[in-house]
Design a protein around this ligand. Structure first.
Ligand code: IMP
Ligand code: MG
Length: 183
């Protein structure tokens, strides 16, 4: 999508808020407690999938109390607009070994599940002590691979959403809430 087209009616394309800042904050507080209960004082490595999960990562890491390291990986599946290319590329790998570590993947949204499925395969092959997935959003109706998050904060219908890290053509990541995108 060219930039001029993308920026036309920029504000109007924020169709409606579907999850407010307050709802996100409350769900993250609860998720932090759930993570603390699962690991019970054991150290964890939170692995955020860039770029979409960067906002969620910054909040979820402050909601847990167990000793916690953070690490980042970059995977791309949506190259332009709202259409998935169906191809997943790991464009930036972790900067640390995760062997024998308790790893928690922090994801923004599970849509078809392809991205996460590939990432899970790669990370499992590195022999972590355990591997779990926490996702902010889940669109189960769109799934093409058999995959379920260990912890999912919100289940949403088949809508294209923006904000709180999620983009459309790289814009709208800075919205503090989750909104439906559209004309
Ligand atoms: P999946 O591989 O189809 O599960 O989708 C993976 C990635 O596509 C997510 O991590 C997001 O970055 C992106 N994505 C999927 N659905 C949406 C959406 O509704 N808005 C913005 N990005 C999305
Ligand atoms: Mg993502």
């Amino acid at each position: 999508m060219n930039q001029e087209l993308q920026l036309e009616n920029y504000e109007k394309k924020i169709k409606r808020v579907i999850i407010s800042e307050e709802e996100i904050r409350a769900a993250i507080k609860k998720a932090g407690k759930t993570i603390d209960a699962i690991y019970d004082g054991r150290p964890i490595v939170l692995v955020s999938i860039l770029k979409g999960a960067f906002v969620f990562m910054s909040d979820i890491c402050r909601a847990v109390s167990v000793p916690c390291e953070i690490a980042f990986m970059c995977a791309k599946s949506y190259y332009t607009g709202t259409q998935s290319s169906g191809v997943v590329r790991i464009t930036m790998d972790l900067d640390r070994d995760i062997k024998d570590c308790h790893v928690v993947i922090v994801e923004d949204i599970i849509d078809t599940g392809r991205t996460l499925n590939d990432i899970i395969k790669v990370l499992k092959s590195r022999n972590p002590a355990s591997l779990r997935v926490v996702t902010l959003l889940d669109k189960p109706s769109r799934r093409v691979v058999d995959l379920k998050a260990d912890l999912s904060l919100f289940t949403i219908p088949d809508l294209f959403v923006i904000g709180y890290g999620l983009d459309c053509g790289e814009y709208y990541r800075n919205l503090p809430y989750i909104a439906e995108y559209g004309e």
